[in-house]
Design a protein around this ligand. Sequence first.
Ligand SMILES: Nc1ncnc2c1ncn2[C@@H]1O[C@H](COP(=O)(O)OP(=O)(O)OP(=O)(O)O)[C@@H](O)[C@H]1O
Ligand SMILES: [Mg+2]
Length: 223
Amino acid sequence: MSIKINGLKKWFGEPPTHVLKGIDLKIDDGEFVSIVGRSGSGKSTLLYIMSTLDDPSSGSVFYDDLEVSKMNEDAIHDLRNKELGFVFQFHYLLPELTVLENVLMPARKRHLHFEKEEYARHLLDQVGLLDKADSRATTISGGEQQRVAIARALVMKPKYLFADEPTGNLDSVNGDNIMELFKKINAEMGSTVIYVTHDLDYANMAKRKIELVDGVVSENVLR
Ligand SMILES: Nc1ncnc2c1ncn2[C@@H]1O[C@H](COP(=O)(O)OP(=O)(O)OP(=O)(O)O)[C@@H](O)[C@H]1O
Ligand SMILES: [Mg+2]
């Protein structure tokens, strides 16, 4: 089982700016993958398309044998809610809710928030924020918000985790801690983890490192 990307191109606007210029990738289930590249090289765009949140201009994305553009709304919705976890570059917490309520949002959508509360607290403990569980999301720091967003992405134990610069706002202790958590999720639950990072040490922790240069894959190394 895998995510496959065939001949993916993405352009924006008119006249078009070509951002992704023909990408082919196959990521098997259970892989631990980093994506690197200069600012503006298309990393976030690739991650969004790979994770069904944006459409390719041409080319295709497959989950197993299912092509995302051919799935109906319900099927995509199900895939997103049940199998995918997202950590965005900007984390979009709901300001009127507490930290714990934010972590439980994906569970609430499926009426599982009571059964998931203990796990949500466990995740908050793992990211070092158990003591902030009942704080309003607006009252915590940027790095704390980022860690809440990571706990939120993990609460449904996603089969695929997509993370866009998950350690971008964190000091090295918290950054290292998040990378350990990702490794653990990958090793213990077999989740596929795909993360974008500007940190070379973190990028090198991956079993596969993908580098984007100018909208194409310049390096795709499995170690
Ligand atoms: N919706 C959009 N409309 C127009 N241009 C866009 C849009 N989204 C992205 N781009 C352009 O595509 C290019 C790649 O953007 P992207 O966000 O994927 O880069 P990135 O590699 O994630 O960069 P960073 O490391 O700074 O986050 C940029 O030049 C950006 O301006
Ligand atoms: Mg980006």
